[in-house]
Design a protein around this ligand. Structure first.
Ligand code: FAD
Length: 151
């Protein structure tokens, strides 16, 4: 149902209203809305269904490994744009507790503050999953306070 709430609290209805998800009753209508060749869209769906059925080997290596991987044969159909993003950078500028950037010798570079993805080492040599948002809010605030005071 369009009112079903997913694990992130999102409803399909809201995504459609926002224009993030495009919906249509048939693949022909969906292709038209997306301005893409309907044959390509149908071929993609057929190939995907072939992978699920075990009758098609995907050249990019898609395999049906999840119990939710099911053949798609009926509308309504939904589409959304997917883009690659950087999940987390592991390195970056070194900062102190005041969010002041340090040089290669560990000395403060006056007037330069940093927080978030531009910094590295806050979580150690790797990242602590789920802590980036706490990191950016904490150090963003610290950087702002110290930059305003000039210390
Ligand atoms: C898919 C995904 C899932 C994630 N899930 C989680 C999670 O569950 N929990 C968690 O804690 N973290 C998560 N993260 C990581 C977290 O979202 C990021 O670490 C955090 O948003 C980084 O914030 P930031 O302000 O440092 O950088 P950004 O959010 O990247 O902000 C940088 C800003 O600078 C702007 N900018 C860039 N260049 C310029 C320029 N030259 N001039 C002006 N502006 C510029 C950009 O447009 C952008 O708005 C996730 C990240 C991704 C991609």
């Amino acid at each position: 149902s369009l009112d079903w709430v997913d694990a992130n609290g999102a409803r399909m209805k809201d995504m459609i209203d926002l224009g993030r998800v495009v919906s249509a009753p048939t693949l022909e209508e969906l292709a038209k809305k997306l301005d893409m060749p309907v044959e390509n869209l149908k071929k993609s769906i057929a190939n995907y269904n072939g992978v699920i059925a075990g009758t098609y080997k995907d050249p990019l290596g898609l395999r049906a490994t999840d119990k939710d991987d099911k053949q798609m044969t009926e509308g309504p159909w939904y589409a959304c744009q997917k883009v690659p993003t950087v999940h987390h950078t592991m390195g970056g500028l070194e900062i102190n507790v005041n969010a002041q950037v340090l040089d290669v010798n560990g000395k403060v570079i006056p007037g330069l503050y940093a927080a978030g993805e531009t910094t590295g080492g806050i979580h150690g040599s790797n990242r602590l999953g789920g802590n980036a948002v706490a990191d950016i809010i904490t150090f963003g605030r610290v950087a702002g306070i110290h930059a305003a005071k000039g210390i």
